[in-house]
Design a protein around this ligand. Structure first.
Ligand code: A3D
Length: 320
């Protein structure tokens, strides 16, 4: 059987890391696409030359021609610009919306059967625009943010409790921005919810509140430290987890920006929700019940995404 084909649209920091991870995990053959002539070709060759030492057989090709992504099984989109210190994700909207138009058209013409994972920020609005521009079914277009935000939350929790990350589950809901909702009630250490751990005296409410806030600010913390660009190792790992769930029909339960049609009270828009990812793409949205307080935080986050979608429609009336 032929290897799956993975197209990476955008060969920058995340795109290059995605290519490296896809090759190391032998998820399939990789095509790196970018508009910057030389960058995708250089990165593809560099990673291919790691093959003999690592022992992977995946082929890597760099290109500036959309025809090369033809028939891709998965497309992961990082094309656009990242933020700089002092910028919010929302400041990227105008530039990256134009990029989504060209990427959407490129995917529509060349890889209409692909499972598409968008990473470009501001995430929830860009994945919505990408689905509109590409015209692909909504269950085949999603955004990566929740896996990353949850991984950040899990990392901070495992350090606080001094236990293995493997035993910490967590998930983050809502839009990928300052209003995201790290769900304390649905996050656990070995199945024990965080509020119970506070009650047991293993940690304090103040420490949990600080971790929730650090999770919300996780992207900005790295932007501030790097001084030039944003996070790329963990974002790439998170998207690869989603791509693998699709390619291997794993039915993973992962939070991601998915098209909601009534689930969690959200109508006709993309926002971060728990989903099941398998060979059918986004096979299910897990319609969890929220407490009144959680629902208020979630609604606030949904409103923030609605504002960005409205701004997209104002910039590009073809989206209205
Ligand atoms: P960067 O290293 O700048 O790579 C972006 C690449 O896109 C560059 O190589 C550009 O040449 C290329 N590009 C620009 N315009 C086009 C186009 N029209 N077609 C094809 N390629 C194009 O950025 P990065 O890889 O660090 O980040 C990529 C995106 O991911 C940014 O928008 C970030 O804000 C976003 N990001 C999202 C998360 C989430 O959790 C959602 C996390 C980290 C970064």
């Amino acid at each position: 059987m032929a290897r799956p084909k993975i197209a990476l649209i955008g060969a920058g920091q995340i795109g290059g890391t995605l290519a490296h991870l896809a090759a190391l995990k032998e998820l399939g053959d990789v095509v790196l696409f970018d508009i910057a002539e030389g960058t995708p070709q250089g990165k593809a060759l560099d990673i291919a030359e790691a093959g003999p030492s690592e022992g992977f057989d995946a082929t890597l090709k760099g290109t500036t021609d959309y025809a090369d992504i033809a028939g891709a099984d998965v497309c992961i989109v990082t094309a656009g610009v990242p933020r700089k210190p002092g910028m919010s994700r929302d400041d990227l909207l105008g530039i990256n919306l134009k990029v989504m138009k060209s990427v959407g058209e490129g995917i529509k013409a060349n890889a209409p059967d692909a499972f598409v994972i968008c990473i470009t920020n501001p995430l929830d609005a860009m994945v919505w625009a990408l689905q509109q521009f590409s015209g692909l079914p909504a269950n085949k277009v999603c955004g990566m943010a929740g896996v990353l935000d949850s991984a950040r939350f899990r990392h901070f929790l495992s350090v606080e409790f001094g236990v293995s990350m493997k035993d910490v589950t967590a998930f983050v809901l809502g839009g990928h921005g300052d209003t995201m909702v790290p769900s304390v009630r649905y996050s656990t250490v070995a199945g024990i919810p965080l509020p119970d751990l506070v009650e047991m005296g293993w940690t304090t409410q103040e420490k949990m509140d600080a971790i929730v806030q650090r999770t919300r600010d996780g992207g900005a913390e790295i932007v501030g430290l790097l001084g030039n660009g944003s996070a790329y190792y963990a974002p790439a790992t998170s998207a690869i987890e989603m791509a693998e769930a699709y390619l291997k029909d794993q039915k993973r339960v992962l939070p991601c920006a998915a098209y909601c049609d009534g689930e969690l009270g959200v109508d006709d828009m993309y926002v971060g929700v728990p989903t099941v990812i398998g060979a059918g793409g986004i096979e299910k949205i897990v319609n969890i019940k929220l407490t009144k307080e959680e629902q208020e935080m979630f609604d606030k986050s949904v409103d923030a995404v609605k504002g960005l979608v409205k701004a997209c429609k104002e910039i590009d009336p073809s989206l209205a």
